[in-house]
Design a protein around this ligand. Structure first.
Ligand SMILES: CC(=O)SCCNC(=O)CCNC(=O)[C@H](O)C(C)(C)COP(=O)(O)OP(=O)(O)OC[C@H]1O[C@@H](n2cnc3c(N)ncnc32)[C@H](O)[C@@H]1OP(=O)(O)O
Ligand SMILES: CC(=O)C(=O)O
Length: 534
């Protein structure tokens, strides 16, 4: 028998309660369509009683069509001092004109006394009355029982009484919230079973949902457990964004339901869009992607240890719990001091380098790599430098220029005035000697400019290179300003982006190595492209 589940995404509401996670109306609209493409069933767009941005968003969405998802507006029960028809929050929910309305109410007695400062009976009234008032305005009416688990542990009868009032008010789904995120899986089971027995007497049209926060790192586990017990709706956010430590991460829950638990839902038909959706949300929120995230992280299927790589190449099941393609992710093989021959052979194939597994060159590349990594080089983020290293080892590299000497001068003449920097360089290119100079914002910038000035005469395509990132890392184990540094340079042209690395006790020398690799890589790739097209 197939089991169905409703996926309710609150990235646009609870997600935006996360520190540094902010979205404009346009971002929210774009994310809504992306979530709809993924097949999310319900998209909670915001709290219209809270801010004008949420109101604008719902207005904008009134003119848009979603293929599958239903939009939900979120708010609270009415203020005790207001009758429903005068409560601004309830009016804003109606004005949002969404097919779904979700309101939260208090389940925990201390919240009623200390946060709302009203009597327990009065809270029961506002829950029932608010829901009953909203009922005619919503196709689906959901009730978020805030702090349900904590409330249940402290005063079970009262927590259940709030649910009863929500049912009487007309809520069709009672969403049990672990608002403080403190619940552990073994506690969740007993509470859900008790609630299931309680609601069984109220007809089978009432369903349960779960909304878990991640303060104990158990939001996904608690949600999956709840679903396995028969809960029908799961609420969460993309990449787990949310108040404090975040919400249950739908990018982990959705694939678990589809690939491991035998559920059906629209988004489970589109699992291969999950990685792309997760990246899209990070991109619009302008937050760095968490590469270590399960399923959708860039490292989720990145194999580093030689033993792992060797086995994965023979059978991916040996070190992968699911196929990366199923969630739109892909397998990566990393190069580091933990690599073995299998990592090297994999890269050789990827770079189009012929390398006999039995040849001593493969083994010598592994030892050279380990020696260089020991000196501080790191190739995980500098694959272009590694490709050049491999080509030098097999003898298929080209020499585009030779250094005859460079000088970088940094002169500071007065306190409070910026220094002046200048670099001169002498290179030999195809039998010609070139000698150029350039000023720069700093010695590395001046050197980069002087080198390009010298080379673009011979290789005009170098003008296409853009330096997109320049990172310096002081390597531990050495002293203060005499420490070794590792420089990582990220470059791009119209075709691709590539990383190169340099290491030295001298930051200019380390930068020079990374810049030279970047230029050599560009020229090599252009040659390969020309060879292919001719
Ligand atoms: C568990 C959750 O994540 S719930 C969602 C939480 N999200 C947010 O708070 C973000 C949006 N919030 C807001 O924009 C504002 O807090 C508003 C507009 C909702 C309220 O703003 P203000 O009126 O200035 O009050 P404030 O921010 O101090 O919130 C406390 C008020 O909410 C009331 N309140 C809190 N929960 C509820 C509830 N479930 N039902 C009714 N009222 C509630 C409190 O009683 C208090 O009102 P009071 O001072 O009249 O007693
Ligand atoms: C409703 C909600 O966001 C919570 O209880 O966490």
């Amino acid at each position: 028998m197939t089991k169905s589940v409703q996926i309710y995404d609150t990235t646009l509401r609870d997600g935006t309660q996360a520190e540094n996670f902010n979205l404009s109306v346009t971002d929210k609209v774009r994310i809504s369509h992306k979530l709809d493409d993924l097949g999310i069933d319900f998209i909670e767009g915001g709290w219209p009683g809270s801010n004008p941005l949420a109101v604008d968003f719902f207005k904008t969405m009134q003119g848009q069509t979603l293929k599958h998802a239903k939009l939900a507006a979120f708010g609270s029960t009415r203020l005790f001092s207001n009758p429903c028809e005068k409560d601004k929050n309830l009016q804003a929910l109606i004005d949002a004109k969404t097919p779904v309305i979700t309101i939260f109410g208090k389940s925990w007695d201390i919240h009623v006394h200390d946060a709302l400062r009203i009597e327990l009976e009065d809270n029961l009234r506002i829950i029932e009355e608010s829901l009953a008032y909203l009922k005619p305005h919503a196709e689906n009416l959901f009730y978020d029982a805030e702090h349900f688990f904590d409330g249940f542990k402290k005063n079970q009868d009262y927590a259940l009484a709030t649910l009863e009032k929500a049912i009487l008010g007309g809520a069709e789904c009672l969403v049990l919230c672990d608002t403080n995120g403190g619940m552990l899986p073994h506690e969740v089971k007993a509470i859900i079973e008790c609630v299931q027995t309680f609601i069984a007497g109220h007809g089978d049209h009432i369903t349960l949902g779960i909304h878990a926060h991640n303060d104990s790192e158990t939001a996904v586990a608690n949600s999956l457990l709840a679903l396995s017990l028969g809960v029908k709706q799961v609420q969460g956010t993309m990449n787990g964004y949310g108040e404090r430590c975040g919400n249950a991460n739908l990018t982990s829950i959705i694939p678990a339901l589809g690939l491991k638990m035998g559920y059906t839902a629209e988004s489970l038909k589109n699992l291969d869009k999950l990685y792309d959706t997760a990246m899209f949300v990070d991109e619009l929120a302008n937050l760095p992607h968490n590469k270590y995230q399960p399923y959708v992280g860039r490292s989720a299927f990145a194999h580093k240890g030689g033993i792992h790589v060797s086995a994965v190449k023979r059978n991916p099941l040996t070190y992968e719990h699911v196929e990366p393609e199923k969630v739109g992710n892909f397998r990566r093989i990393l190069i580091s001091d933990q690599a073995g021959k299998s990592n090297i052979l994999h890269k050789a194939k990827k770079f189009g380098i012929e390398l006999d597994p039995k040849s001593p060159i493969a083994a010598s590349i592994v030892s050279e790599l380990k020696e260089l990594e020991n000196q501080g080089f790191q190739y995980e983020g500098a694959e272009a430098s590694f490709e050049l290293l491999m080509r030098r080892a097999v003898g298929t590299h080209a020499t585009y220029f030779t250094l005859k000497g460079f000088r970088a001068i940094n002169s500071k003449r007065k306190m409070g005035r910026p220094p002046e920097t200048e670099a001169t360089i002498r290179l030999e290119v195809g039998g010609h000697e070139v000698h150029t100079a350039s000023m720069g914002d700093g010695p590395v910038n001046a050197l980069d400019k002087a080198m390009r000035k010298a080379l673009t005469r011979f290789y005009p395509a170098l003008e296409e290179i853009e330096l997109v990132d320049y990172k310096v890392r002081v390597l531990t184990g050495q002293h203060g300003t005499g420490a070794k540094v590792r420089v990582l340079v990220e470059s791009k042209d119209q075709y691709e982006q590539w990383g190169t690395v340099g290491v030295s006790v001298n930051i200019i020398e380390a930068s020079w190595q990374a810049l030279v690799d970047s230029i050599n890589y560009k020229l090599m790739r252009d040659d390969q492209r020309h060879a292919k097209s001719s």
